[in-house]
Design a binder for this molecule. Structure first.
Ligand SMILES: *[C@@H]1O[C@H](CO)[C@@H](O)[C@H](O)[C@H]1NC(C)=O
Length: 107
């Protein structure tokens, strides 16, 4: 009888120790999608997913002139909730001076 009680106590403790299942990212859906492109010198897009990812970016051709040569200046942000339950955000700018990311813990 004592063995049975010990077994049950271990079983119950073990079942509470099992972590809750993570959300299934493979079933995530796009909940918002916007995209613009003027076909010449500007674009932007933004989207969000049901599993908490959001992403946006905009770019612009600067100093193009008549030859269509110039430098593209881009800025963007993406954020997501990691398996540790915390929300992270990566922002960046990219232009002729390089790629400049900023990474931070949001919440
Ligand atoms: C693009 O960037 C390069 C490198 O900094 C620079 O030499 C060039 O003048 C830029 N072009 C324009 C059109 O601003």
């Amino acid at each position: 009888m004592q063995r049975l009680i010990l077994f049950l106590a271990l079983f119950i403790t073990a079942s509470f120790a099992v972590p809750a299942p993570q959300s299934d990212d493979s079933k995530a859906e796009t909940t918002r999608l916007e995209s613009e492109n003027n076909g010449v010198d500007k674009y932007s897009f933004a989207y969000e997913t049901s599993n908490g990812i959001s992403r946006s970016e905009e770019g612009e051709l600067k100093g193009g002139g008549a030859e269509g040569e110039g430098n593209i200046s881009v800025q963007g942000t993406t954020s997501w909730t990691a398996p540790d339950g915390k929300k992270y955000e990566l922002s960046f700018t990219a232009d002729e001076t390089g790629y400049h990311p900023t990474f931070k813990l949001v919440a």
